[in-house]
Write a new protein. Structure first.
Length: 256
């Protein structure tokens, strides 16, 4: 591996325009992170593997020479905080995935079914709009949070940025019916994505995932819980890989 020295900017400016209610800020940063096999497989567990060195997963450094964010944050009513910002990012070796070509048998491991993924890299710059809102109270509705990101990707070589959604939205709520009975709700929205297989680009639909959990605390040691997952039904996580449909779980948690 070729050795090199990289220098990155590190600038942070903020101004309290009105106490802690409105704080505009500017950050200019840069950094390097490693795309190791472990970190890649945590993102996508369906990677192909082979004992042959010629077919090992291509791991690289992800170099981000420029990360600029301009935004506004603050605290409202002492129990709500927010953060809105626009970011511009330049990335070298931006990580993507593609279906392993279904032609060959590598080192005795067959991929004729096209059921594994390889990695793909490109230099990408992207604009992003971020928001993050959190609300906490002492009432029955204890906590509500909403966060999301909208991205516009501009790859250098490929036509599309693969397996990276343009929209991500996460919502969470926690409600107490009684001091020992409470319910949590989680909602995830993932926007449209593009996938590539044998030079053919395919569009993957957006999806919604809704999960509920109900908890009843009997005492400090005993908790009864119920879980409902995937209330919106099955969806395509990766190309040709789908989530489970509606799932229900009932359990007991006991602390010794």
């Amino acid at each position: 591996m070729k050795k090199s020295i990289k220098l990155y900017p590190k600038v942070s400016l903020s101004y309290r325009a009105y106490e802690s209610y409105f704080i505009p800020y500017l950050k200019i940063d840069g950094y390097t992170k490693v795309h190791s096999y472990r970190s890649i497989s945590e993102l996508n567990p369906f990677l192909y593997t082979s004992a042959a060195d010629d077919y090992s997963i291509n791991t690289r450094f992800n170099n981000i020479p420029v990360y600029i964010s301009l935004g506004m944050k603050g605290i409202i009513f002492s129990n709500m905080d927010y953060n809105f910002y626009l970011s511009y990012v330049e990335e070298n070796n931006f990580l993507m995935f593609r279906k392993k070509t279904a032609e060959a048998e590598l080192d005795g491991d067959s991929y004729l079914w096209g059921n594994a993924f390889d990695v793909l890299y490109d230099d990408v710059y992207h604009w992003n709009i971020h928001f993050d809102i959190k609300y906490e109270t002492s009432s029955r509705l204890k906590r509500v949070s909403l966060s999301g990101k909208y991205s516009i990707f501009n790859p250098k070589t490929v036509d599309k940025v693969f397996d990276n959604p343009n929209i991500n939205i996460n919502a969470y709520g926690l409600y107490y019916f009684m001091d020992n009975l409470y319910m949590g709700a989680k909602l995830f929205f993932v926007g449209k994505r593009y996938a590539i297989e044998e030079e053919e680009t395919k569009k993957l639909d957006a999806y919604v995932d809704i999960n509920l959990d109900l908890n009843y605390v009997i005492d400090d040691s005993l908790l009864v819980m119920a879980r409902l997952n995937n209330l919106a039904g099955s969806y395509e996580i990766w190309q040709d890989y789908y989530s489970q449909a509606l799932q229900f779980m009932l359990g007991v948690n006991y602390k010794f």
